[in-house]
Design a protein around this ligand. Structure first.
Ligand code: GDP
Ligand code: MG
Length: 163
């Protein structure tokens, strides 16, 4: 069976936008306003003759910090239990949060391959806090822009390199 790649991360970092761009279809709902309930969404992806299943862990987009945290933990646990490679996505506009640190710790302990992806790096300038992301302890942060489809090739090469 095909390898499974799951995307996890805080609400609004751009998981569904990335998913839709990679899937090449608009399958997953992108919301500017939180509060929409969705199911987990799957797409078949082919990259350089590698086939895999990509999962967008959308779910509820809560506006309450405790609910966000518990949902992120649940997403991370589903990814740990089911995925072969986990994409942990951050929003490059912001520094990482305590919630991100907690998820990073869960993912590190799982021993699964994790790719740290920094989305919304839309131009050529890196955010000034970019190198702080190394402190999450899950390796090199990979900058991408899902809106501009920047650096997808490098990221997909890294992902399929774990299969
Ligand atoms: P999710 O909650 O993690 O699934 O995030 P969404 O994919 O729904 O995106 C949340 C918001 O971020 C939307 O307004 C997107 O248009 C925006 N967004 C997603 N990717 C990018 C990106 O690469 N650059 C910028 N500037 N905005 C993005
Ligand atoms: Mg989403």
């Amino acid at each position: 069976s095909k390898p499974i790649v799951a995307i996890v991360g805080r609400p609004n970092v751009g998981k569904s936008t990335f998913f839709n761009r990679v899937a090449g279809r608009r399958i997953s709902i992108v919301e500017d306003t939180p509060g929409v309930t969705r199911d987990r969404i799957y797409a078949d992806v082919e990259w350089l003759s590698h086939n895999f299943t990509l999962i967008d862990t959308g779910g509820i987009e809560p506006d309450n910090g405790d609910v966000i945290m518990s949902q992120m933990k649940e997403q991370a646990q589903v990814a740990i239990d089911t995925a072969d490679v986990i994409v942990f996505m951050l929003d490059g506009h912001y520094e990482y949060t305590p919630a991100d640190e907690e998820i990073a710790q869960m993912l590190r302990r799982s021993k699964k391959p994790v790719v740290l992806v920094v989305n919304k790096v839309d131009g050529t300038d890196m955010p000034s806090h970019f190198y702080d992301y190394y402190n999450l302890g899950i390796g090199e942060p990979i900058p991408i822009s899902s809106v501009n489809i920047l650096n997808f090739g490098d990221l997909l090469d890294i992902i399929v390199g774990y299969f």
